[in-house]
Ligand binder design. Structure first.
Ligand SMILES: *Cc1c(COP(=O)(O)O)cnc(C)c1O
Length: 223
């Protein structure tokens, strides 16, 4: 089952890349593995999936330990909390949900010496809902500029998780907005747009996603 589901997600990504005139392999797949057991991840690793996104530090750390024999890339995609920065800095390769300078400063200070810089994305609130995580679009340039001065972090781009929309054109609007915010920063080192999930990865790829974060389409519905 999981091999067919993973194949289907790869096929969707390829088709969307083609439809957008983008090269094959332009978009990488991050498996959103919250609530999935290590044995399940082993099955997808055996199928070639090496990048995993986790939302909860306390859930992720034992999973990482159980899979320490494998060469995997771990991305933190959950809500960032002040008391979790040390564990994130110590154990993750990427963070997609940075939205405060003080937390960036903590992560930078806590990144262990000898590890590569934590690959960092700023989460942007492109839906303009006050309840949603992420910085306002107007705040992105100042946060990006301040983060560039921090050792231990490498700013790579932007991430968003817009409110769900059924209609394809409506799905594309926030993704287009995120792409324009990245373009306006005018920095070729910022090469990453993390956007699109099981429900809307085609719309995100049409607007330039370089990472899609997919859970249910690979692993099935969560409880
Ligand atoms: C769970 C999650 C996803 C994946 O969503 P699916 O609908 O399961 O594909 C993507 N991004 C974030 C931030 C998530 O928490």
């Amino acid at each position: 089952m999981i091999d067919a589901d993973l194949d289907a997600v790869h096929a969707r990504i390829r088709a969307a890349e083609q439809a957008a005139g983008r090269p094959a392999g332009a978009v990488s797949l991050l498996a959103a593995s919250k609530q999935q057991a290590p044995v399940t991840l082993r099955a997808t690793v055996a199928l070639g999936q090496r990048a995993y996104g986790e939302n909860y530090v306390q859930e992720a750390l034992p999973k990482m330990a159980a899979l320490a024999d494998l060469d995997l890339s771990w991305h933190f995609i959950g809500r960032l909390q002040r008391n979790k920065t040390r564990d994130i800095a110590a154990h993750f390769d990427w963070i997609h949900t940075l939205d405060r300078l003080d937390l960036a400063q903590r992560l930078a200070a806590q990144r262990p010496a000898g590890r590569p810089p934590l690959q960092t994305l700023i989460e942007v609130n492109v839906s303009a809902e006050s309840s949603k995580a992420g910085v306002a679009p107007a705040e992105v340039p100042a946060l990006a500029a301040a983060m560039r001065r921090l050792p231990g972090l490498e700013l790579r781009g932007l991430m968003c998780l817009p409110a769900p929309e059924e209609n394809g054109a409506r799905q594309r609007a926030p993704f287009a907005a995120l792409r324009r915010i990245l373009e306006a920063l005018g920095d070729p080192a910022l090469d990453t747009l993390s956007m699109g999930t099981s429900a809307d990865l085609e719309a995100a790829i049409a607007e330039g996603a370089t990472i899609v974060r997919v859970g249910t389409a690979i692993f099935g519905a969560r409880s």
